[in-house]
Design a protein. Structure first.
Length: 348
């Protein structure tokens, strides 16, 4: 129904407007008494075989909503009702910012992809804290970044500010140094800068009674030497894991019109599937599986999700696939994971 009725109607609207329209409709529907029970009945999968304990956190299932969908933590409970095992909010910055000039989101329907150059548009970390204070019993990740006007040399202070503000209220942190839409941000993935930021956040974490897991979100355009640097820094700083991967700036083998393909920004969706899985596989093998990986990028089917898990992902996240395939994708993936586990058990 979603793919044949709702999606064609939504795709008649500008992508960014369609996104906000959909979120508003979901929020409005959830004001109906007991509607959450109905959503959970249709979308959630409850099975102990889906449970995962990763970096010390127990997830009811391994499928999460990637950062960028609920930037300002307005719809966490609603997305949980769709069956997500966890929701990652953000990217959040110390100060509110409007992001880059519109138009800044483009659908590449022939490629089942999206290009965005949003630029960390958000209400600021303090506003998000007001909202997540009210959310109980759900796994929330806090994705943090720097403001656009903050110099790279001063970026650590932005990350520390967001870290301190969010720490009591999120279950883990995603350190975003990999968005292509904030000028110069990806330079912070260089080994020296990366080590400084992560080691300082690791020290800051020790000031709290309960330490929260710290994960690094990386971009898929890193070469093998740079990925080896990532492994080295993760080991040296003893952070808890990696999220692979963010969007790509590459435009390989796309079918869409040149006016869409040539848009600046990060590409997500099906064209990212192969590369993001390659990155997961490389990190997992070269690190000997020494840290957890959250796999994200191009997951549009249960098979895509299983491929990520086989490559070494402990958890996965959806974004563009959720837009193109609809909410039943979560339940389909969970069923596929159970089938995969049954097959493994039968073969052992």
């Amino acid at each position: 129904m979603y793919r044949f009725i709702f999606r064609p109607l939504l795709f008649l609207i500008d992508p960014e407007k369609a996104h906000h329209f959909t979120l508003n409709i979901i929020s409005l529907i959830h004001k109906i008494p007991k509607i959450g029970i109905v959503f959970r009945y249709f979308f959630q999968s409850k099975d102990p075989r889906l449970e995962r304990v990763v970096f010390g956190i127990k997830f009811k299932n391994p499928i999460g909503l990637a950062a960028g969908f609920d930037k300002d933590a307005k719809y966490i409970r609603e997305f949980s009702n769709f069956g997500f095992g966890f929701v990652e909010i953000g990217t959040l910055t110390p100060k509110a910012q409007t992001g880059n000039a519109k138009k800044r989101v483009f659908r590449l329907t022939k490629d089942s992809a999206i290009i965005n150059r949003l630029g960390f548009n958000n209400d600021g970390v303090d506003e998000a804290v007001k909202r997540i204070k009210k959310v109980k019993g759900l796994i929330i990740g806090g994705n943090i970044g720097k403001n656009k006007d903050t110099l790279n040399s001063k970026s650590l202070e932005d990350y520390k500010y967001c870290f301190i503000k969010l720490h009591p209220y999120v279950d883990y942190f995603a350190i975003n140094l990999s968005s292509p839409n904030t000028p110069g941000l990806r330079k912070l993935q260089k080994k020296k800068s990366l080590y400084e930021i992560l080691s300082e956040l690791k020290k800051l974490n020790l000031n709290f009674r309960i330490q929260k897991p710290i994960l690094l979100k990386i971009d898929p355009d890193l070469n093998n030497e740079e990925l080896l640097d990532i492994i080295s820094v993760v080991r040296e700083t003893k952070i808890d894991g990696v999220i692979a991967s963010n969007t790509t700036t590459k435009r390989n083998n796309l079918k869409s019109e040149i006016n869409l393909v040539s848009q600046k920004g990060g590409l997500s969706g099906k064209p990212l599937l192969k590369r993001s899985t390659e990155v997961i596989n490389f990190l997992h093998k070269k690190s000997n599986g020494s840290f957890p990986i959250i796999g994200v990028g191009g997951i549009h089917s249960p098979n895509d999700a299983i491929e990520k898990i086989r490559a070494g992902a402990s958890l996965i996240q959806l974004y563009t696939g959720f837009i193109y395939e609809g909410p039943f994708l979560i339940k389909k993936i969970n069923k596929a994971i159970i089938r995969e586990l049954n097959n493994i058990n039968q073969n052992n």
